[in-house]
Design a protein around this ligand. Structure first.
Ligand code: GTP
Ligand code: MG
Length: 203
């Protein structure tokens, strides 16, 4: 899929502030600092459309970006940065949970995982919750440029093993790097497939 245009539409602190439209939305979620905003910039081929920072917790609200005047990327605040609450739902941003549970426009969630780390409890806990929500998801292992392909594949395999008991043996998995552009075509291809499915055309 070719990206002809990309523009920031609006921010939303809460679900009720989200755009009142019927566009398909694809959300990016993951731990703070995993590279969600960087991935928005990679997918849109823009250096600073979404704000990126070395400090975790940069993105604090839901940010909506319209691509090709047709569909939307939603850059979500990361989890694992704010103090962990008592119950599972409070472990991540309440507005994010609301959005993921109740937004009819949401077609798929890209769950970003740092490819350099062993499975992190907070990622496993989040994904388990998301599986319960029932929205389609795809894993994206980020920052692949920081290590060898073999190490990244080992991390993917270990993560797969950790989630198999409750997520099934064959999750969709992609690998990305906002430095060298790896994964861009795969992610856009996945989005194009989902959009084509919804419109009844060939995937
Ligand atoms: P929050 O908004 O805090 O939740 O973080 P985020 O997930 O949006 O992360 P962000 O895109 O701001 O990136 C965090 C840091 O990681 C920045 O310093 C980025 O430059 C760096 N980074 C992101 N993606 C990559 C990548 O693929 N490779 C490398 N080497 N660095 C990356
Ligand atoms: Mg961000």
């Amino acid at each position: 899929m070719k990206i002809q245009s990309a523009r920031f539409v609006q921010s939303a602190p809460e679900l009720r502030d989200c755009p009142n439209w019927n566009r398909a939305e694809f959300a990016l979620i993951g731990r703070s600092n995993v590279g969600k905003s960087s991935l928005v910039n990679l997918l849109t081929n823009r250096r600073a459309l979404a704000r990126v920072s070395d400090l975790p917790g940069k993105t604090q609200v839901l940010n909506f970006f319209l691509l090709n005047e047709a569909w939307c990327l939603v850059d979500l605040p990361g989890y694992g940065y704010a103090a962990v609450g008592k119950n599972r739902r409070a472990d991540f941003n309440e507005a994010v949970a609301d959005y993921l549970e109740h937004r009819p426009n949401l077609r798929e969630v890209f769950v970003l995982i740092d490819s350099r780390l062993p499975p992190q409890p907070i990622d496993l806990e989040f994904l388990r919750w998301l599986v319960g929500v029932g929205v389609p998801w795809t894993l994206v292992f980020t920052k692949a440029d920081k290590q060898s392909a073999a190490r990244t594949q080992a991390a993917v395999a270990e993560f797969r093993r950790a989630i198999t008991p409750w997520a099934g043996p064959d999750p969709r998995v992609l690998v990305s790097s906002s430095i060298d552009g790896k994964g861009r075509a795969d992610i856009l291809g996945r989005i194009a497939g989902v959009l084509a499915e919804a419109s009844g055309g060939p995937a």
